[in-house]
Design a protein around this ligand. Sequence first.
Ligand code: KIV
Ligand code: ZN
Length: 389
Amino acid sequence: MSQAKKIKIFDTTLRDGEQSPGASMNIEEKLRIAHLLEKMNVDVIEAGFPIASEGDFEAVRRVAKAIKGPQIAGLSRANNMDIDRAWEALKYAGERGRIHTFIATSDIHMKYKLKMSEEQVIETAVKAVKRAAGYTPNVEFSAEDAVRTRLPFLAKVVEAVIDAGARTVNIPDTVGYTIPSEYFNIIKYLKDNVPNIEKTVLSVHCHNDLGLAVANSLAAIQAGAEQVECTINGIGERAGNCSLEEVVMTLRTRQDILPFQTNVVTEHIYAASKLLSTITGIVVQPNKAIVGANAFAHEAGIHQHGVLMEKSTYEIMTPESIGLNQNKLVLGKHSGRHAFIQRLEQLGYELSKEDIEKAFVRFKTLADQKKEIFDEDIDAIVADEIIRI
Ligand code: KIV
Ligand code: ZN
């Protein structure tokens, strides 16, 4: 059997995800997410945009100091000030620190936003990559709005930044405009036409404006992309980014047709989804693939019957594979600590002994007033009592 090719997972929940309206997180919250991403074994955590604010700088610095496994990226525009500031925060991660610098390459962005010519954009990109490479060899370059860029020009930019030292080159669909066949062709074109393309990791970064971010990312992988940028629950600017859990579980579930694998420990997916929505207050729609409340629920009698006889009749993956244990005990005023702790774990919470104790006291008080305690009640207790203090 041929070896499956490794696809790197670059999680940008803490940067692009945080750009989602209402998703801003404080430093402690970002650290909690970063620790869970570390456990999930993602390859890269983009922790923020250090020049954007003191808070973002501090969050990137703290994540760079605290996280040991994954690489830590910080975003910077293509100018010296941004790059220097990014490295100031990232240097604590040593060689795992990645400077991620970007400039737009589409006509529309060059004309209206940058007011720069093609030559100026290439020169600025090359200078930025060289500046970043002066700090670390771990440099990523993104051609913002790559999908709406004329392909021969995009190829020229990619060639120039590789020569300047970019170890990873990202081809974003910044506005979520492409469709799978088109994106496949863009990635294939770059693979086939850019000299020295093998010296870099080709990355993809899709937004979900047309609901195609995951499909586009998968098409790009099939065309030769080696890194996927994504977020937990697919949060991000406007309609969001490619959802980490969807792309990772598709690769895991369709090994028969997609000979790729990731390093992600998928059993932490449910916990990560839960923690993020508790922290941000952004609820996951019930029918959301993989992590929605209904993703493993069977309502129709015929489906229930089938699943009782043999799970694979209507389940293409197991709830356990994302860390969801479905054998639930009913919680009420007679329930003890053991059942309560088990439910916390099933919901993805990993709390200290002290926090469990606080939550348990609240649980008992509530159980005296209510017949049954639902998952939503526990989420509310944890959010109220622990996460937000
Ligand atoms: O969507 C985008 O183009 C980005 C880049 C900064 C990578 O987020
Ligand atoms: Zn983006």
